[in-house]
Design a protein around this ligand. Structure first.
Ligand code: PEP
Ligand code: MN
Length: 337
C-alpha cells in the first residue's frame, strides 16, 4: 500500500504517519517528488487493520499495490527513480551509453575498446571478466584479472566500469574495481546473488531472464531493493521465442510496460537480442524510440577474432555511427545523449 499525502501536507504530518507505521512494526519508504509525496508501506498490512490512516492529518488517500513487487513499483515512486553512478545519472533526460567488448581478452584489447567507445561518446565501459557461458568448454573469461584491466582502461579514458558478477562470492572484489555490477540473464533469479548485491548497495544493471515475464523481472529487482539497495537499472536483452532468425527477440514492448509499472530506469541491450552485428543499430534505435533510458552495446576493436559473441560485436567505427543516429532519435524525443 502507498499513502498519498495531500499537496498541502507539512513535515510534521509526514513524520506522524511514518511514526504510526513504525509503531505498528511496519517499514515506511518516503518518496518526495515535485508533484506528490507518497509513503510506501512495507510489511504485513494486516497489522494496520482498524487504523484509519486515511483520517490522519495531511493524508489524501491510501492506495493498495496490487503487484508482488512494491519498492520497484510505479506507485511507490510515481516521479520515477534515477540511479547515479559516479556522477552519471541513469534515468534522466540524458541517455546512458554503455559499450565495450563482450569479454575482456587482453590489456591492449580492452584499452583500444575503451578509447574507441569513449571517443564515440560512451560513459561506461562494459566487458565480461567472468563469463556465464552455455558450454563449460567455452572461454570463461579472465576472471579477477579482467576486472583489474577494465578499471585501468576506464581510468585511462575517463569511463565508468560495468561488469558482471556470476556468483555472490565475487561481489566484494568486483566492487573494488567496478562502478556498477551486472546481473546477467542467466542469473536473474539467482536469489542469493540478488540479496547479496542488495546488501552491498553497489549500483546494479539487472538483465531480464531469457524466459522471464516482466513481473518476474520486477520481482527480481524487488529482491535487491528489499535489502536496501535502490540503485537498480533494468535491461531488456531479448527473450527466447520461436523465432530463430535472430539470437533472441528484442521485446521492445517491455519498455513502455516497465515504464508504466515500475519506477526504475530501463536500458536496451540490442547486441544479445540480435546476435548479428548488422541488426544491432536498428534495434538500438527502436529501443530509444520506445522510451529506453540508454543502451549497452558490445564493441570490439576486431570482432572477427573475439573470443565470445564474435558475430554480434560492432567495430568501433560502426559504434560511432550508431551513436550519431541514436542522438538524432533522442533529440526527436526531447532527450539528449
Ligand atoms: C553479457 O552482457 O555479456 C551477457 C552475457 O549478457 P546476457 O546475460 O544478457 O546474456
Ligand atoms: Mn556477450
Amino acid at each position: 500500500m502507498v499513502i498519498v499525502m495531500k499537496k498541502s501536507c507539512n513535515r510534521q504530518e509526514i513524520d506522524a504517519v511514518i511514526a504510526m507505521l513504525e509503531r505498528c512494526g511496519m517499514g515506511a519508504n518516503l518518496s518526495t517528488g515535485a508533484q506528490t509525496t507518497v509513503i510506501g508501506v512495507l510489511g504485513d498490512k494486516t497489522k494496520l487493520e482498524g487504523l484509519n490512516l486515511e483520517l490522519m492529518d495531511g493524508v489524501e488517500k491510501c492506495v493498495p499495490i496490487m503487484h508482488s513487487y512494491k519498492l520497484a513499483s510505479h506507485e511507490m515512486c510515481p516521479e520515477g527513480r534515477t540511479v547515479t553512478v559516479g556522477g552519471e545519472v541513469i534515468g534522466g533526460k540524458k541517455l546512458c551509453m554503455m559499450a565495450g567488448p563482450c569479454a575482456v581478452e587482453s590489456e591492449e584489447q580492452v584499452l583500444e575498446a575503451a578509447q574507441g567507445v569513449r571517443a564515440a561518446g560512451a560513459g561506461f565501459l562494459r566487458g565480461g571478466a567472468y563469463k556465464p557461458r552455455t558450454s563449460p568448454y567455452a572461454f570463461q573469461g579472465m576472471e579477477d584479472e579482467g576486472y583489474r584491466l577494465l578499471r585501468r582502461a576506464a581510468d585511462a579514458t575517463g569511463l565508468k566500469v560495468i561488469s558482471e558478477v556470476v556468483s555472490h562470492d565475487q561481489i566484494d572484489l568486483a566492487g573494488k574495481y567496478c562502478d556498477m555490477l551486472q546481473v546477467g540473464a542467466r542469473n536473474m533469479q539467482n536469489f542469493r546473488l540478488l540479496r547479496e548485491i542488495g546488501k552491498s548497495g553497489i549500483p546494479v544493471l539487472l538483465k531480464r531472464g531469457i524466459a522471464s515475464t516482466v513481473e518476474e523481472w520486477l520481482d527480481a529487482a524487488e529482491y535487491i531493493m528489499s535489502e536496501g539497495n535502490y540503485n537498480v537499472v533494468l535491461c531488456e536483452r531479448g527473450i527466447r521465442t520461436f523465432e530463430t532468425a535472430t539470437r533472441n527477440t528484442l521485446d521492445v514492448s517491455a519498455v513502455p510496460v516497465v515504464r508504466e509499472r515500475s519506477s526504475l530506469p530501463v536500458l536496451i541491450d540490442p547486441s544479445h537480442a540480435a546476435g548479428k552485428a548488422r541488426y544491432v543499430e536498428p534495434l538500438a534505435l527502436a529501443g530509444i524510440a520506445a522510451g529506453a533510458d540508454g543502451l549497452i552495446i558490445e564493441v570490439h576493436p576486431n570482432p572477427k577474432v573475439a573470443m565470445s559473441d564474435a558475430a554480434q560485436q560492432l567495430t568501433i567505427p560502426d559504434y560511432g555511427r550508431l551513436v550519431q543516429r541514436a542522438g538524432a532519435v533522442a533529440q526527436a524525443l526531447g532527450r539528449t545523449l
